[in-house]
Structures are given as structure tokens and as C-alpha cells.
Design a protein around this ligand. Structure first.
Ligand SMILES: [Zn+2]
Length: 63
């Protein structure tokens, strides 16, 4: 299954699911997962297709 990035104007393959406390979950590409994962409370969870390419901002999921 292939999902496209939810960010407007981006048609990269989504490889991360963003868990957003104040909104619906979104599927985004690794680049946008890295950006969005910087936001407080947002957790970027790699999809199966993402392999081991964790964005820097996604490591602190134990809050
Ligand atoms: Zn994207």
C-alpha cells in the first residue's frame, strides 16, 4: 500500500504516521515527518515501509 504525503504540494510517498494530539493523524513523507515531529506533542511513527530512517525529532516519543 502506498500513501502520499498529506502536506499540500508534496507528492512524496508517506512513510510516517504523525500522531497529533489536537488533530487527526496524518501520513507524511520522511522530510515532513522530521519537520512536523519538532512540534511539541507530535509523535512521528514510522510505517512499515520506512525501515530504519527515523527522523531526528521522532526519537522522544516517551512523553
Ligand atoms: Zn511531504
Amino acid at each position: 500500500m502506498t500513501v502520499n504525503c498529506a502536506e499540500e504540494g508534496c507528492d512524496s510517498e508517506a512513510t510516517f504516521e504523525l500522531h497529533i494530539p489536537w488533530s487527526e493523524n496524518e501520513f507524511v513523507c520522511v522530510g515532513h515527518a522530521r519537520v512536523r515531529g519538532q512540534q511539541d506533542g507530535v509523535v512521528a511513527e514510522p510505517l512499515d515501509t520506512a525501515g530504519e530512517h527515523m527522523p531526528d525529532g521522532a526519537a522522544d516519543r516517551e512523553r
